[in-house]
Ligand binder design. Structure first.
Ligand code: G6P
Length: 739
């Protein structure tokens, strides 16, 4: 039976049963009511008869008595009346009753109660009747009795009427239910199923555009979203497989997720790999009544997430999302990414005081400006340092439960400078790598830190310390050399303190070259600009956390200068800046956002026309998928950091441009400039030079642009994130017997 028929039959049965029971109860009630009413009416009649007939019952026929009973018998629904003497012999019988007297009136008249009389329902001459008898009392003596016979067929007719009407009502209900069910099933189930199957068929046939047209409304929305996620993962996997096949054909040397997986398995030999960072790769945040899972804006997360996906393992990080606690299990763990879990994230909870001192304070008001030479004075507070040490110890203790013999631990960044030593002291058998994602300044600059000795001593608990560039490695070793008692070997780039050696090496971090998020149709340059309410033909893009080290204001001034020098680009070129809010709790960051906004306003005010403006500033968190269309459609991308460890936006932009178009303007003070030599390299403090570089980028000969992009893509493809991870893991696992 089809679902519709089954649904209709079930509903009709249910409605019929309910209506049937309701009708039955009504019928019972009505029958009781009518019967009682009849009994009462007849009783009243009998009472009247007793009075009027009493004196006339003598045993002899009486004309007057005949007249009285004939008159009363004419009443509604009275079939007839009979009067009996005290020997129960009929003395007067109305015409209506002749031949219809009950078969055995004696049995009715016997033992009649004086006051109430007695009534029975019985069939007389095939007709339903009510027979009521009452004694006639004269002077306290029984003179005789009256018998009233009433027709009760009207009660049955009334009841039959109720059944008939209700039957018709049930029929009408059943019809209505069938029609409504049919329509609902058609509109809400069969229609969406047909739509969904057409959608799946389209995708199956390889129509990738259809991927983004998944049926959005109706009961299948959650399913179609899931399918869409699966199909997207398959699309990415397919691209990666194609890329792997291509690479295998070409040289057999490029690193892929698959190759890394095999390599890591081989190197770890069943030992555990734990990654530790402050920033977690997935944050659960409340958005109205819903909980969303977002990937935060962080180069570190962009780089490490594909590695963990490829090799599983455990990632331990600060649970900073406001709905994070709701997503974890009893061990504070959650499998991520939510739509396709591939590894485990363990969240560590920090109190507000700890976060204040460790994260905002020492890490981001102290070490961040200390390591980035960007003219923001580091602030060192003794309380922050205390919290920083406490939180590092908290992470060390949290790791106690996870560490096994020979576990490899990969610590990230300046939030955990003393963690390597704390772990090494508790678990000497572990092998620890620390990667410093930000620059390392020269020894003089670092020398102002009041806890430089403790920080360096803590870092040297690691077996391996990585920086993005050789220059940062040199700065670090020089700083160590000048600050601590240790033996530095400049040939092997290692330093030994208290019998423990630490290798210091550059590992230029990168991105997942082939696993780009797919872009939905309708996200071309014109669409993007139209959505932003700007009419222009050339698009520049910048994507950053709103951080004073990123050179965002300098970039805007370069756009301003470019438009001053080249007025023909007004109404033609628009620069879109995507800015993810970051560390806003810190005054310097808060003020910085104000600076950015007022620069945008000032420059727009100066040049804007009715439907064009030079700068569009989008201040919010964008997912990777949302950023991708901007990368793909930009004529140029500006990365103008005043100082940056690597900067993965530059590499993401390159990886996105499989059309080999678009130009990259890149600061020489970003680590990426060491590898991306085909970018247009600029000094972000030199506004004039940056303005000219915008013009060069927009006017570059297409063949030169393609050649440069091809070269840069080759660099990023070869030195991708999987190679970075493989290099770090190889180096770490090669270290033997280091106490
Ligand atoms: C830099 C740091 C990362 C950090 C990221 C985002 O890239 O090297 O460790 O995660 O900035 O900053 P946030 O403070 O939001 O984690």
């Amino acid at each position: 039976m089809r679902i519709t028929t089954r649904l209709i039959v079930a509903l009709v049965i249910a409605v019929t049963a309910v209506s049937g029971v309701a009708t039955y109860l009504t019928v019972q009630q009505e029958r009781n009511r009518l019967t009682t009413e009849l009994e009462h009416r007849v009783w009243l009649l009998a009472e009247g008869l007793e009075e009027s007939t009493g004196p006339l019952i003598s045993g002899a026929p009486s004309k007057r008595l005949d007249r009285i009973i004939e008159k009363i018998s004419a009443g509604k629904r009275v079939e007839g009346i009979a009067v009996f003497d005290n020997a129960d012999r009929p003395v007067s019988v109305s015409k209506g009753l002749s031949g219809k007297l009950p078969p055995d009136p004696g049995s009715i008249l016997k033992d009649l109660p004086d006051e109430t009389g007695k009534g029975v329902f019985e069939e007389i001459a095939s007709q339903p009747m009510y027979v009521f008898a009452m004694p006639v009392i004269v002077d306290d003596l029984r003179a005789g009795s009256v018998l009233i016979v009433s027709d009760t067929s009207y009660i049955d007719e009334h009841i039959a009427g109720i059944w008939r009407r209700n039957f018709l009502r049930i029929l009408a209900n059943a019809l209505l239910i069938s029609v409504i069910t049919l329509l609902i099933v058609r509109w809400s189930i069969i229609g969406p199923i047909a739509q969904m199957s057409a959608w799946i068929k389209g995708i199956h046939k390889g129509k990738t555009d259809d991927l983004f047209k998944f049926p959005k409304k109706g009961i299948f929305e959650p399913i179609s979203k899931e399918i869409s996620n699966i199909v997207k993962s398959l699309a990415v996997a397919r691209t990666q497989a194609e890329e792997e096949a291509r690479v295998r054909r070409q040289a057999g040397s490029t690193w892929t997720a698959e190759r890394l997986k095999v390599h890591v398995k081989d190197k770890l030999q069943d030992r555990k790999l734990i990654v530790v960072s402050n920033r977690e790769p997935y944050m659960h945040v409340r958005s109205g009544r819903l909980i969303e899972c977002i990937s935060p804006a962080s180069g570190l997360v962009t780089a490490l997430d594909p590695i963990l996906k490829a090799c599983s393992g455990l990632w331990v990080a600060h649970g900073s999302g406001n709905a994070d606690r709701e997503a974890v299990d009893g061990k504070d763990m959650v499998r991520v990414p939510p739509e396709n879990p591939q590894y485990v994230l363990k969240r560590i909870w920090l109190s507000q005081e700890e976060e204040e001192g460790y994260y905002y304070g020492l890490s981001n008001e102290g070490l961040w400006p200390l390591c980035h030479i960007a003219h923001t004075r580091p602030i060192f507070r003794i309380d922050d340092w205390a919290r920083y040490q406490e939180v590092n110890l908290k992470f060390a203790k949290a790791l106690d439960d996870e560490i096994e013999e020979g576990t490899y631990i990969f610590i990230q960044d300046y939030h955990f400078s003393i963690l390597p030593r704390l772990i090494k002291q508790r678990h000497p058998g572990t092998k620890i790598a620390l990667f410093w994602h930000i620059p390392w300044p020269n020894p003089e600059a670092f020398g102002i830190c009041p806890w430089k000795r403790e920080i360096l001593h803590g870092m040297l608990g690691a077996d391996l310390i990585g920086f993005h560039t050789q220059y940062h490695c040199n700065n670090f070793l020089e700083t160590v050399d000048r600050t601590l008692e240790c033996r530095t070997n400049w040939e092997s780039f290692s330093t030994t303190r208290m019998g423990h050696s630490t290798i210091v090496k550059p590992f230029p971090i990168s991105v997942d070259f082939s696993g780009r998020p797919p872009v939905a149709p309708g996200h071309g340059k014109d669409d993007l600009l139209r959505e932003l309410g700007v009419r222009a033909t050339m698009l520049g893009v910048g994507v950053d956390r709103l951080d004073y080290t990123k050179g965002i204001v300098e970039r805007f001034r370069a756009v301003e200068r470019f438009l001053e020098k080249n007025p023909e680009y007004r109404d033609v070129f628009t620069f879109v800046q995507i800015g993810a809010p970051s560390r806003e709790h810190i005054k310097r960051y808060h003020d910085f956002v104000g600076e950015v906004v007022s620069e945008v306003d000032r420059i727009n005010w100066k040049f804007q026309s009715a439907d064009w403006k030079p700068i569009v500033f989008l201040k919010r968190h964008f997912s990777h998928a949302e950023i991708e269309p901007f990368y793909r459609n930009a004529d140029l991308c500006m990365v103008t950091s005043l100082h940056d460890g690597m900067n993965l936006v530059a590499k993401e932009f390159i990886a996105s441009r499989d059309d080999e178009k678009g130009a990259l303007i890149l600061s020489t003070f970003a680590g990426a400039s060491r590898e991306l030599r085909d970018a247009i390299l600029v000094n972000p403090y030199d506004i004039e030079q940056m303005a000219d570089s915008i013009k060069s980028a927009l006017e570059m000969d297409p063949s030169e642009q393609s050649q440069r992009m091809r070269n840069m893509r080759e660099v990023v493809r070869e030195n991708n994130i999987y190679k970075w991870a493989a290099d770090v893991i190889t180096e770490l696992t090669n270290i033997r017997g280091n106490p």
